[in-house]
Write a protein that binds this ligand. Structure first.
Ligand code: SF4
Ligand code: SF4
Length: 425
């Protein structure tokens, strides 16, 4: 911990005592979960470095940007179109939180039966322990789920918050509503930054984010190989880091990692045994440092080959198509791209069921784990339909509902081992 960092955190009004405890806990966990893995790709060194200085160098870059008059825009959901943020000269950061550490702080205000992701995120603000929240000028929320909607109202008491209305259906009227929301967001960003969003800067921003999507897709495609050249834990970490790292740098680092993995695949070199059960995880997002399920699976001898989630394929699957009609056309194609995210907040959401089946085949997964954060009703209810569909397709499924705590680790381990045993037969 450098004196420079401490000075910066003080300027950001961080609760240094709690923050020290958080970082103090993260180091050993990372060592145990990540650094103990064998045969990791060298390209993971950059991501280890990012986590090792998780509240240092990137926050400093955001502060520099702010000192030069730039703005930082924080988001909690992959529905917020980051192209617009970059085009306005601001920097987006994904704020979803994945640690139990901040949950008890939030529970002093929020009902306990709220999902861990909401509690952890809110606890970060309430406890003043996340420099990314503190460094942001605007928090952009969305109406994807009821818990978050209400949490944003409360967050607004501490920091400027703007909420985008995400429709719940995929009809023509819903698409029109969403397009209007995208247009309104453009106005909000222009007011915040005093920069005009033009067809030119939006096109440059779209290329930037599309390039990162392509790089992440390439990484995921490499996981289709048998044996798989990178662990699920490492691939998840790359996706998690992509939410707050600089987009251009992230693309370069992911591409360098993929070059290395290409060579591994050519040599038939993998991180797990060739016959290790291959698992696809589908469901709620896993924000950093939520590595619980991947760790349990991979220490039990399986390998996670894909995540159908917002910290997985939903984050990068579709590119924004080039707009043909100036700024209006570009806003249209952006709105269309985001309406293609198959979140359980939609009804119906048959496309997600198709995605799970198709991804299972593409990634040659032996089984699916439906991962549900406790108290997330949309995913829990949709799991019933996922179960039925996978049964029809003959794809083995294990449904897991959990939170960020460790209390259920023993029970989860037993269930996972039984599932893997069944897959091995
Ligand atoms: S699961 Fe839904 S609400 Fe959550 S980040 Fe993804 S799109 Fe947003
Ligand atoms: S996991 Fe579910 S309940 Fe939690 S924020 Fe996402 S959609 Fe809402």
């Amino acid at each position: 911990m450098t004196t420079d960092n401490v000075t910066m955190w003080r300027e950001l009004d961080i609760d240094l005592k709690s923050h020290d405890r958080l970082l103090g806990a993260l180091g050993p966990i990372y060592q145990q979960i990540y650094l103990s893995q064998r045969n990791r790709p060298e390209g993971m060194g950059f991501f280890d470095f990012v986590v090792g200085d998780i509240h240092g160098i990137r926050v400093r870059e955001l502060r520099e940007h702010a000192k030069n008059g730039g703005k930082v825009v924080a988001t909690y959901c992959v529905f917020v179109p980051e192209e617009l943020v970059w085009a306005a000269g601001a920097i987006p950061v994904g704020l979803c939180a994945g640690t139990q550490f901040s949950v008890p702080i939030a529970e002093e205000v929020l009902p306990r039966n709220t999902c861990a992701l909401i509690k952890s995120s809110f606890g970060f603000k309430l406890g003043k322990i996340c420099p990314y929240v503190q460094a942001s000028h605007l928090i952009v929320g969305e109406t994807t789920c009821d818990g978050k909607k209400k949490m944003f109202e409360m967050l607004g008491q501490y920091q400027p918050v703007y909420v985008m209305e995400v429709p719940n259906k995929k009809t023509a009227a819903s698409r029109q509503l969403w397009l209007e929301e995208v247009r309104a967001f453009k106005g909000v960003l222009e007011k915040l930054t005093q920069n005009e969003i033009t067809a030119e800067n939006l096109s440059a921003a779209t290329q930037l984010t599309n390039q990162r999507r392509r790089a992440l897709k390439r990484l995921y495609d490499l996981r289709k190989a048998r044996p798989v050249p990178i662990s699920g834990k490492d691939a998840l970490l790359v996706t998690q880091v992509s939410f707050y790292d600089d987009a251009g740098r992230c693309t370069r680092q992911v591409s360098a990692l993929c070059d290395e993995l290409d060579k591994r695949v050519a040599k038939g070199e993998g991180v797990a045994l060739e016959d290790a059960p291959r698992i696809l995880i589908s469901g709620s997002p896993m924000a950093i440092p939520n590595w619980k399920l991947h760790h349990l699976l991979e220490t039990a001898g399986a390998v996670v080959v894909c995540e159908e989630s917002c910290t997985g394929t939903r984050h990068f699957s579709d590119l924004v198509a080039p707009g043909s009609d100036g700024l209006d056309g570009a806003l249209n194609t952006i709105a269309e791209r985001y309406m293609n995210i198959h979140c359980a907040c939609f009804t119906p959401n048959n496309e997600r069921l198709d995605d799970i089946v198709n991804l299972t085949k593409e990634y040659r997964a032996d089984g699916v784990i439906h991962y549900n954060l406790q108290f997330c009703h949309t995913y829990a209810n949709e799991a019933v339909r996922v179960e039925k569909r996978l049964e029809e397709e003959g794809i083995p499924l294990l449904r897991i509902e959990t939170d960020y705590g460790d209390e259920d680790t023993g029970q989860l381990k037993t269930r996972i081992e039984a599932f893997l045993e069944m897959l091995r037969k």
